[in-house]
Design a protein around this ligand. Structure first.
Ligand SMILES: [Zn+2]
Length: 324
């Protein structure tokens, strides 16, 4: 049996065993004033749940800093946490490709919400590799992410109706912060000279960013990190860098920088200097407890680094002077 299938089977069996053993939270076992136990896949969703849930929730993200959600496979302790959660929030849109089966099983027993799947289809970018699927990287546009915040708010209200007022008020406050982030992002990215608005990164996580802010986006790998970039792809991209005089490319915290380094070496061999413009947070946030470990800090970091590396102007420490 291939490893992937074996591990999925183990996940399924463990989940069934937990259901039979009664480990899944029984509605009468939790007190109404206990914090709601929320388990999320990505850090971005966890941050949103904390912002909206405030003191009435405890939130655990299964995927920490530097973790690639396209490739992540649940561990045994993840399955236990999922089974005990009052509410499970995952991204959907095929982002967590290896966790689809477990989420589908869980949905039969528990409150499980795929938060990005509530977005209207006309706002989504179609997927390169699958005709009937969409690009999942919607958090790259704060205005789209704001819509996801509303879905998370509504999921929290459905799970804990008694706290509706608090959840609505927290969400309103967070949406105001996101509106400020969106306006900062628009402003500093507009300062990048038009010829330099090319964002070359390890994988195609920035399509929503590109369409929101007028950047051409080139990912070495596709929308998922599952496919490897071939030698021909690298050679073509080296030619693009050289012919268009692109001076900076970006590495990502959750994807290997091997391909990016191959590009820089390839361009150097042709007499064109390319530098690493910085490390972007694409599919995972920074360390917990840091500013970059929040959604706002993540986007502020990306925006500020991209603008400065490509000839635009942005404050060195970002929107709030908090970047490290
Ligand atoms: Zn991605």
């Amino acid at each position: 049996m291939p490893v992937a299938v074996a591990s999925r089977a183990v996940g399924g069996m463990l989940l069934c065993a937990l259901v039979i053993a009664g480990a899944i939270t029984h509605p009468f076992s939790a007190r109404a004033d206990d914090p709601l136990k929320v388990v999320t896949t990505t850090g971005m969703i966890a941050d949103a749940a904390k912002q909206v849930g405030g003191e009435f929730v405890t939130v655990r993200a299964l995927m920490g800093p530097g973790v690639d959600p396209h490739a992540y496979r649940q561990t045994r302790s993840d399955i236990v946490a999922l089974a005990k959660a009052d509410l499970v929030l995952w991204h959907g849109l095929y982002l967590e490709a290896q966790m689809e089966d477990v989420m589908q099983q869980l949905r039969a027993k528990q409150k499980v919400v795929a938060v990005a799947e509530s977005l209207p289809k006309n706002l989504l970018v179609s997927h390169d590799d699958y005709a009937n699927k969409f690009d999942p990287h919607v958090w790259m546009n704060p205005n789209l992410w704001s819509r996801v915040i509303l879905t998370i708010r509504d999921a929290l209200i459905a799970a804990r109706p008694a706290q509706e007022t608090a959840f609505r008020s927290n969400a309103k406050k967070h949406l105001a912060e996101l509106a400020r982030l969106a306006s900062y992002t628009t402003k500093v990215l507009a300062s990048v000279p038009a010829d330099s608005r090319v964002l070359l990164t390890a994988h195609d996580a920035f399509n929503y960013f590109g369409s929101a802010y007028g950047f051409e986006v080139i990912g070495i790998q596709g929308i998922s990190t599952e496919s490897e970039a071939g030698l021909k792809r690298i050679t073509d991209l080296v030619n693009t860098l050289v012919s268009r005089r692109i001076g900076a490319v970006f590495v990502e915290s959750s994807v290997s920088d091997r391909n990016i380094r191959a590009l820089i070496e390839g361009a150097a061999a042709k007499g064109h200097t390319v530098v690493i413009g910085g490390e972007l947070f694409s599919d995972a946030m920074g360390e917990p407890g840091t500013y970059e470990g929040t959604y706002i800090g993540m986007i502020d970091h990306n925006t500020t680094i991209i603008s400065r590396a490509l000839g635009g102007s942005a404050p060195e420490k970002g929107m709030l002077g908090k970047l490290s």
